[in-house]
Design a protein around this ligand. Structure first.
Ligand code: DSN
Length: 419
């Protein structure tokens, strides 16, 4: 492979041991079917920006207000990235320094709440995220966390129930967004609930930021005080996070990112974010976002046609959850069987799951990475069939070998962009 091989050669000349491991990871990515909905494939330009000399620069502070000399060019890099993010999402202000989604959320919490304040977030097992109030994360350790969940009948959010919880707990901040919720959010309803109880609204759009960028999902920015996102999921950028906010929160957000939550910004990552944001100006990226959603819908239909039960009966976005309970299977055994067959998925809790978080009853699948590889409807039908074949014949080595061969063929027909 051209670009990847050149880079491996450079690394190998300094560290052959590491280069050999990285070569094996490249081979894994090239030949396995990536269905983890939070993963994607960064472009060669993003990789080149992240792997650049910008990693050499310290620039604590914000553009124009740094604690170090020599920042004139990295100031331009960071400003370019901020302007692109603000324009793409229609935000008053973007802080592009967060190293990941969790540190973006930490900064958002610090900007909008005091330690000990009540927050109301979506239950982790109903699709929420660790940083939305879990007792093992800063969000549940330093804040008083209360939760809302999906309706037992529809397995979707019922905004009357969210309103009822908000009236009961009177949070300082309502947190919306999820890492395993296959439906779109009603941001107008969430903003109305927050307004009624005097809460601030934080929307974490880490999973669906790329869908918003491409017009395939409603944009929370007009409705929320603060919006956080990651740049490496559907947005197809480098690993990283970002905070978008209204003017009135700019000072608090910037202070919370640095010095509140982090030290110096990763300018090489910010350059990677800037390149990724620029790409969203191309019509083909809007088309990508639409295809991610269309592919997820097609995959979901295919799975249900093969007698697999999906949480909430389908998907409106880029992901779906298979309920393994009717089959008497557990998430861990299925995830491991998929790994052996060259298909990467992740086990996940599902609403009202009684199994442990370590071995939950669901499997989460998504289409961002396979869509980046250029797969479409016909490939989704094939993937649905392979997934169902494997699940319905767990432990059958012949079936596993057949699935593995066909999954590899799909990957070979749609190579990574690093050649
Ligand atoms: N861990 C991410 C995911 O896989 O959804 C969320 O941060």
């Amino acid at each position: 492979m051209g670009m990847a091989k050149d880079r491996l050669d450079v690394i190998a000349s300094a560290d052959p041991e590491l280069a050999a491991i990285m070569a094996r990871e490249l081979e894994r990515q090239e030949h396995t079917l990536e269905l983890i909905p939070s993963e994607n494939i960064a472009s060669p330009a993003v990789l080149a920006a992240v792997g650049s000399w910008l990693t050499n620069k310290y620039a604590e502070g914000t553009p124009g207000k740094r604690y170090y000399g020599g920042c004139e060019f990295v100031d331009q890099v960071e400003r370019l990235c901020q302007e692109r993010a603000e324009k793409l999402f229609g935000a008053d202000h973007a802080n592009v320094q967060p190293h990941c989604g969790s540190s973006a959320n930490l900064a958002a919490y610090m900007a909008l709440c005091k330690p000990g304040d009540t927050i109301l977030g979506m239950d982790l097992s109903h699709g929420g995220h660790l940083t939305h109030g879990s007792p093992v994360s800063f969000s549940g350790i330093f804040y008083h966390a209360e939760f809302y969940g999906v309706s037992p009948e529809t397995e979707q959010l019922d905004y009357d129930l969210v309103r009822q919880r908000a009236r009961e707990v009177r949070p300082t901040m309502l947190v919306a967004g999820a890492s395993a919720y296959p439906r779109v959010f009603d941001f107008a309803a969430l903003a109305d609930i927050a307004h009624e109880v005097g809460a601030r609204l934080l929307v974490d759009m880490a999973h669906f930021a790329g869908l918003v960028a491409g017009g395939a999902h409603p944009n929370p920015v007009p409705f929320a005080d603060v919006v956080t996102l990651t740049t490496h999921k559907t947005l197809r950028g480098p690993w990283g996070g970002m905070v978008l906010c209204r003017d009135e929160h700019t000072k608090a957000v910037d202070k919370s990112v640095f010095p509140g939550a982090q030290g110096g910004p990763l300018l090489h990552a910010i350059a990677g974010k800037a390149v990724a944001l620029k790409a969203w100006g191309d019509p083909e990226m809007a088309d990508y976002a639409q295809r991610v959603v269309a592919n997820a819908g097609r995959l979901a239909e295919g799975l249900m046609a093969e007698d697999l039960r999906l949480v909430s009966g389908g998907t409106d976005n880029h992901l779906m959850l298979i309920d393994l309970r009717p089959l008497g299977l557990t998430g861990r055994q299925v995830q491991e069987a998929f790994d052996r067959a060259g298909i990467t998925v992740n086990r996940n809790s599902i609403p009202f799951d009684e199994a442990s978080k370590f071995n939950p009853s669901g499997i989460r699948l998504g289409t961002p990475a396979v869509t980046t590889r250029g797969m479409g409807g016909a490939e989704m039908d094939e993937i649905a069939h392979l997934v169902a074949l494997l699940i319905h014949n767990l432990g059958d080595e012949k079936v596993s070998a057949e699935v593995s061969r066909r999954a590899r063929a799909l990957c070979e027909a749609h190579p990574l962009p690093y050649g």
